[in-house]
Design a protein around this ligand. Structure first.
Ligand SMILES: [Zn+2]
Length: 175
């Protein structure tokens, strides 16, 4: 299984374990993001599929999407990096057509649910009017009806319910 894809020297003079940290070609399977750390903030990533990047990156950023099918999403609110691979920053907030709600904790109009447009502000105004939030129930009903598009609407590429329930909690805490 050695020397299959590219001419990386077999007897690396330095620490041999360093060899694995440097992706040498596209034939290597992508490292699972649960064990890959954001090159800038050091937090563990979360796996997203290529279709999410294709759907949410600006047209001018799209040509830079690498050929792999899996990438890592950085969840750190204060980190500018959105998508990365081990040891490589790929795309930052500016490369996306939508704000990354998770990374805009001070913006009440940054979406927490991208399919149905729930924002902290929308949740807050419903609670102010009615004393409760129907966001979770409404989203769950849509998911049950097969009407969930998080993979192509949400920069995290996955279900938003965790973020929504967090946002609802925060509104109640601030009351
Ligand atoms: Zn990060």
């Amino acid at each position: 299984m050695s020397g299959d894809c590219c001419s990386k020297p077999q007897d690396s003079p330095e620490n041999p374990s360093d060899v694995m940290t440097e992706a040498c070609c596209e034939l290597h399977p992508p490292q699972k993001c649960s064990s890959a750390k954001c090159p800038e903030c050091g937090a563990l990533g979360k796996t997203v599929r290529k279709i999410t990047l294709g759907a949410l990156l600006k047209p001018e950023s799209r040509p830079r999407i690498p050929t792999q099918d899996e990438f890592c999403f950085c969840r750190t609110p204060t980190c500018d990096v959105v998508y990365f691979r081990p040891n490589e920053v790929l795309f930052r907030k500016d490369d996306l057509t939508v704000p990354v709600g998770l990374k805009e904790p001070d913006d009440p109009n940054a979406p927490v649910c991208y399919c149905y447009g729930w924002t902290p502000e929308k949740i807050r105004s419903e609670i102010k009017e009615t004393g409760k939030s129907t966001a979770i129930d409404q989203i769950k009903a849509q998911v049950k009806a097969g009407n969930c598009y998080c993979e192509v609407t949400n920069p995290q590429g996955s279900c938003c319910l965790g973020n929504v329930s967090q946002a609802v909690k925060q509104v109640f805490m601030k009351k």
